[in-house]
Design a protein. Structure first.
Length: 219
């Protein structure tokens, strides 16, 4: 007499492919090397920044390295060891230096916006350039209107140039999201800071824009 065959109610659980310890070790090593390179690059940038603005080298190095390693770890987790992570780390370092310059002098050199624009070409095709240019132009229009209305008191030319370069890199949607996020953070922070002072003073906008654009890079 044939034994009764009972079929399972639930389907068989698929086997989970095991990752070899060698692959895991190689992944960890690659991630670690990327973070070390990011930290080393940030250290070199911090030395230049400290010497250029005559600031404390140790504090400047800790700030740049902390930002680069933290953002680099997030980029590696989000994109993996790919071009997107490398591009994001370079983008982060340029924004960090631009923010530092704006905080210290209320200015940001034009070559920083050019460096962002050059970084935008990493991993892109020639056919993408028209769309990148259109994104830069459209994202700059709101900044131009604010500049005209406020007569340069709220936003400067450096803010506009960096916004155009970031939109060139990010694209229109992410560029607009980053711009709105950066302006919102900047306005709220400025209201809080100015409420604690007797008179209004100018404040650096690039650090807040940098936060917004870097956050938009992950979208």
């Amino acid at each position: 007499m044939n034994a009764l065959m009972i079929r399972p109610i639930l389907p068989r659980i698929p086997r989970i492919e095991e990752v070899s310890s060698a692959d895991t070790a190689m992944t960890i090593l690659t991630f670690t090397m990327c973070l070390v390179l990011a930290g080393l690059t940030a250290f070199l940038v911090s030395r230049y920044a400290a010497e250029h603005f005559k600031e404390n080298k140790k504090k400047t190095a800790l700030a740049f390295i902390g930002i680069a390693v933290t953002v680099g770890a997030l980029l590696l987790c989000f994109f993996g060891c790919a071009v997107g992570a490398v591009k994001g780390i370079l983008f982060c370092l340029i924004l960090a230096y631009s923010s530092y310059s704006d905080i210290k002098t209320r200015e940001s050199d034009d070559y920083l916006a050019v460096m962002v624009a050059l970084t935008a070409f990493i991993g892109r095709e020639v056919s993408d350039i028209p769309g990148m240019l259109l994104s830069a132009v459209l994202a700059t229009i709101p900044m131009l209107l604010v500049l005209i209305i406020c007569k340069g008191k709220a936003i400067g030319g450096a803010d506009m140039k960096l916004t155009a370069a970031c939109a060139f890199l990010l694209g229109l949607c992410r560029g607009i999201v980053g711009l709105i996020a950066g302006l919102t953070i900047g306005i709220i922070a400025n209201l809080i800071i100015q409420s604690k002072k007797d008179k209004s003073e100018g404040f650096p906008m690039i650090p807040y824009l940098a936060v917004g654009f870097m956050a938009a890079y992950f979208i």
